[in-house]
Ligand binder design. Structure first.
Ligand SMILES: *[C@@H]1O[C@H](CO)[C@@H](O)[C@H](O)[C@H]1NC(C)=O
Ligand SMILES: *[C@@H]1O[C@H](CO)[C@@H](O)[C@H](O)[C@H]1NC(C)=O
Length: 328
């Protein structure tokens, strides 16, 4: 192996050589056009914490596993160089198709070891990093009328003596309609490398990815016979400011999700702009060295969660420093 620095230089040289005129694309991250209904897969990166700085594999915790097995899924040199560990996940979407109340899985009942590890990682403020088309999911929080954005979301939160898990994810995918170069003016005809799917059919590109994590009290018994991607038996109301699902020994965890697709004016080359403005981002000067600082720069925001049934905001135990701003 070359020492990391020369690998980086090699990558940069390769990068410039291979993309002479089209600006800042990560190797392997050319626009991908999807037809309505085409499958999209979410990837997961290592669990990270600003508290410990030791990453752990996503599947070191009892999360749902993909039915095809876990595979290393780094797509480009950038991902490999930054030492991220990118793997496939079972979260699936269909392009431009809103879906809700989807069951991902229910886990085996938690052993005492699973439980203590889960609690430990929650206490250590580990967070989950999910990606779609190389874009880390953005999470918005508000603090005193300020809207802050982060990448990643906490595994869970401790409130009082209980540890709550975020087990329902509300995803938003921002998409931009792909205009066929043949039918539009030259100004928008310079996107390189778009795949050769049939011309003329409407297609979309992913230009943004957002997540709202929720802690939802599922009824474990009601999903015994529900399969992955089938509907959860009742409507799931995602309430991001309260937490409901406390983790307990011998109890299964149920994971669900929903996704909505929203058309955006963001164009493909601008899709990183939201990240460059991100709080806490240490911009190191090169736009294409994004993955590492993007994925590890987001302090856990010890934001305002309250257990189901109690008054919002005022019973939250502040957990640790490094939150979204100065804690009062
Ligand atoms: C999906 O739902 C959002 C609202 O949540 C709506 O704005 C959007 O138009 C819907 N998209 C599709 C493709 O139905
Ligand atoms: C928790 O939330 C559920 C559904 O939102 C509700 O039915 C239940 O009564 C709540 N539990 C408490 C303790 O308030």
């Amino acid at each position: 192996m070359l020492p990391p620095r020369s690998v980086t230089w090699f990558a940069l040289i390769l990068f410039f050589v291979s993309s002479p005129s089209h600006g800042f694309y990560l190797p392997g991250s050319y626009p991908h056009k999807y037809q309505i209904g085409d499958p999209l897969s979410v990837k997961v990166n290592s669990l990270t914490s600003i508290d410990t700085e030791i990453p752990f594999g996503y599947y070191s915790l009892p999360f749902c596993r993909p039915s095809e097995g876990i595979k290393d899924s780094a797509e480009n040199l950038g991902e490999l160089l930054m030492g991220d560990r990118i793997e496939n996940s079972p979260y699936r979407f269909r392009m431009f198709t809103n879906e809700s109340d989807l069951l991902l899985c229910h886990t085996d009942p938690l052993s005492s070891d699973d439980l203590s590890l889960l609690k430990k990682r929650i206490d250590e403020m580990y967070q989950v990093n999910v990606l779609l088309e190389n874009l880390p999911a953005i999470r918005y929080t508000t603090k005193e009328d300020l809207v802050l954005r982060w990448t990643g979301y906490p595994i869970g939160v401790r409130v009082g003596d209980s540890h709550f898990i975020f087990n329902h994810l509300k995803f938003t995918v921002l998409v931009h309609k792909y205009e066929e170069p043949a039918t539009v003016t030259a100004a928008s005809a310079n996107s390189p490398g778009v795949g050769g799917t049939a011309a003329g059919e409407p297609g979309y590109m992913v230009v943004g990815f957002e997540v709202i994590p929720c802690s939802y009290q599922h009824d474990t018994d009601s999903v015994k016979n529900v399969k992955m991607y089938d509907k959860y038996p009742t409507k799931i109301q995602c309430e991001p400011t309260t937490v409901a699902m406390a983790v307990k020994e011998k109890q299964s965890l149920v994971f669900t999700y929903e996704v909505s697709f929203v058309e955006s004016h963001i164009r493909w080359p601008s899709r990183w702009d939201a990240y460059l403005k991100m709080e806490g981002a240490k911009f190191t000067g090169s736009r294409f060295s994004t993955p590492s600082w993007l994925l590890h720069s987001s302090p856990y925001s010890s934001s305002d969660f309250a257990p189901n049934g109690s008054t919002r905001f005022d019973t939250v135990r502040r957990i640790g420093q490094g939150g979204a701003g100065p804690d009062e």
